[in-house]
Design a protein around this ligand. Structure first.
Ligand SMILES: Cc1cc2nc3c(=O)[nH]c(=O)nc-3n(C[C@H](O)[C@H](O)[C@H](O)COP(=O)(O)OP(=O)(O)OC[C@H]3O[C@@H](n4cnc5c(N)ncnc54)[C@H](O)[C@@H]3O)c2cc1C
Ligand SMILES: NC(=O)c1ccc[n+]([C@@H]2O[C@H](COP(=O)([O-])OP(=O)(O)OC[C@H]3O[C@@H](n4cnc5c(N)ncnc54)[C@H](OP(=O)(O)O)[C@@H]3O)[C@@H](O)[C@H]2O)c1
Length: 514
């Protein structure tokens, strides 16, 4: 929830009060940064040079978007569609675009990735440019972007995971779901993860859709993943997996699970597996679901049927020979990861038994004082993602993990906007992110129309390109991505996969002749 202290200053006020430009030299920097955000030359001779190219105030607005996930692309799409002259540069830290659509969405959900076609159309617009391999906050500072563009939109998502903050969390055998997802989806920073799947039991903490994604990938027969874009390395490890049981643990009850019905149905129908639900967890629930909103009611009814009724003929036939199982454990909050006798890796998890205080979605889990130890060789913490602050000049609410904003306008920083998970927190599907990003785009255009953005020309990428070059940063373009894309598709062809993802940034740069 954004604070209520939003003040919308006029541009002239902002010019007097804008935060100082960074004094420190970013890690790859070779040239000092001048007070106008340009590097290497005296302030008077730099961005002023670009000014000569623009003669009137009707110059195209230069807008910069940071992050090329759904939020970045949908914001850009809105701006380009509703302002016929706007030019949008999308900066991305990875060499490749699309954020969690590439590195989050499960490989066995290819239909979700069709949004890439729309994003590709946006990126191919003559008024849009993808600038990959640029880490904003390190290679270029936000004040530098603000000096070069009329407006900057921060759409950099939630790149961290929420920590459990319990003893033993650092033991080998404990991973964040974020890292595990990144590993099977080819995120370069997670390519070395190599989780040890030689244990019998895995525990996933949290009962959201990410938890179900991870459980499904762990339990799906590997031959069913062979035609997806999962990395070959991950597939190799999954083929050797000995995991037979996956517990998905929630601190609250069946009425509070965060996953959705489609994903639950997929679990119930997963080949070679059977569900384990304790009917005792569902006692009295039938009466309580009468008044809950319809999606929650349907979801709970499916849980209830699965827990308490005999499976139908089809389900029974599928489950009879099942060698693997998944179960939902409710009213259990993680308390400690238990070490193996030699203390060298995780061997179990101690769970605090809880009860609910309050009702419905708002009910709180409180410990009863009892605990339960659950032996397992793999612990995956799936209790949510978390955004990081990007730059000292950008306000950040560390508690909520968002940039304080009012409908996408960053509080007290005119000309700065945000969209997506960094704007509203790490929840919501791609469609939610789209609506939210369109709204940010709308606010920006309203401000532009109202004369609240800097008047006159702005150099846009021309200024930033010079800065990046002086710092030894080599941005990649969308056509560079299209070359990498073609290479991935060609590498996947032999195995009947839609693509074999490139994992090594150095190799990618090599393929681009850098
Ligand atoms: C595991 C997982 C599976 C999901 N599956 C589905 C699904 O099946 N269907 C569905 O509808 N939704 C799904 N979602 C939700 C969906 O992915 C999000 O709603 C959406 O991706 C949020 O978009 P975003 O642009 O805010 O963030 P992101 O998609 O994370 O994009 C942020 C981008 O910013 C870049 N970035 C970060 N820091 C910097 C920086 N300093 N400089 C430059 N660039 C930077 C990142 O590299 C990234 O490309 C899933 C989410 C997760 C975590
Ligand atoms: N197929 C899809 O459409 C798909 C796939 C993946 C992700 N997504 C979306 O991406 C978003 C993020 O998903 P997510 O699963 O990461 O987050 P999420 O939906 O917020 O779920 C987080 C889970 O972690 C639990 N949790 C949080 N803090 C905890 C703690 N300290 N101890 C124990 N449990 C804790 C939550 O329980 P409480 O409720 O008790 O807090 C909840 O069960 C969601 O909106 C999701 O729908 C969609």
């Amino acid at each position: 929830m954004a604070p209520r202290c939003w003040r919308w200053w006029h541009w002239s006020t902002w010019r007097r009060t804008r935060p100082p430009l960074p004094g420190s030299t970013p890690s790859r920097s070779r040239a000092p940064v001048g007070p106008d955000g340009c590097a290497g030359r005296p302030a008077s001779a730099k961005c002023g040079g670009f000014r000569q190219r623009f003669s009137t105030q009707e110059q195209p607005p230069q807008i910069c978007v940071v992050g090329s996930g759904p939020a970045g692309f949908y914001t850009a799409q809105h701006l380009l569609k509703h302002h016929p002259q706007a030019h949008v540069d999308i900066y991305e830290k990875q060499l490749v675009p699309f954020g969690l659509v590439r590195f989050g969405v499960a490989p066995d959900h290819p239909e979700v990735k069709n949004v890439i076609n729309t994003f590709t159309q946006t990126a191919r617009s003559a008024r849009c440019a993808f600038r990959g391999n640029v880490v904003v906050g390190r290679d270029v500072a936000v004040p530098e972007l603000r000096a070069a563009y009329h407006a900057v939109v921060l759409s950099y998502g939630a790149e961290d995971h929420r920590a459990l903050e319990i003893p033993g969390e650092e033991l080998p055998g404990v991973f964040s779901a974020r890292a595990f997802v990144g590993w099977y989806n080819g995120l370069p920073e997670n390519r070395e993860l190599a989780p040890d799947l030689s244990c019998d039991t895995a525990v996933i903490l949290g009962q959201g859709n990410v938890a179900l994604d991870v459980a499904r990938i762990l339990l799906t027969p590997p031959e069913h993943l062979e035609k997806t874009d999962i990395t070959e390395a991950a597939l190799g490890v999954l083929r050797q997996s000995r995991v037979k049981t996956v517990w998905i643990v929630g601190r609250r009850g069946p009425l509070q699970v965060a996953f959705t019905i489609k994903e639950l149905r997929e679990m119930i129908q997963l080949p070679g597996t059977r569900p384990i639900l304790d009917p005792a967890d569902f006692l009295g629930l039938q009466d309580r679901i009468k008044d809950v909103p319809r999606p929650r009611k349907r979801l709970t009814e499916l849980l209830l049927r699965t827990a308490t009724e005999k499976p139908g003929t089809e389900d029974a036939a599928r489950q009879a020979p099942a060698s693997r199982a998944w179960g939902l454990r409710f009213f259990r909050s993680p308390q400690q990861v238990l070490p193996s006798p030699d203390g060298r890796r995780a061997a179990g998890i101690r769970l605090a038994v809880t009860r609910l205080e309050g009702v419905g979605e708002a009910a709180r889990a409180v410990p009863t004082g009892d605990t339960e130890d659950l032996p397992c060789g793999l612990v995956l913490s799936s209790v949510g993602y978390k955004s990081r602050p990007i730059d000292p000049s950008v306000p950040f609410d560390p508690k909520l993990g968002v940039i304080p904003n009012m409908e996408g306008r960053v509080v007290d920083v005119p000309g700065l906007y945000c969209s997506g998970w960094v704007k509203r927190g790490p929840t919501g599907v791609i469609a939610t992110t789209m609506t939210d990003s369109f709204l940010t785009g709308q606010m920006l255009l309203q401000d532009l129309k109202a004369g609240l953005l800097p008047p006159g020309p702005r150099p846009g990428y021309a200024a930033i390109e010079a800065l990046l070059s002086s710092r030894g940063v080599q941005p990649v373009s969308f056509s560079d991505w299209e070359k990498l894309d073609a290479e991935e598709v060609s590498r996947g062809k032999g195995a009947g996969k839609p693509r074999e993802k490139l994992l090594d940034p150095q190799e990618m740069l090599g393929l681009l002749g850098r």
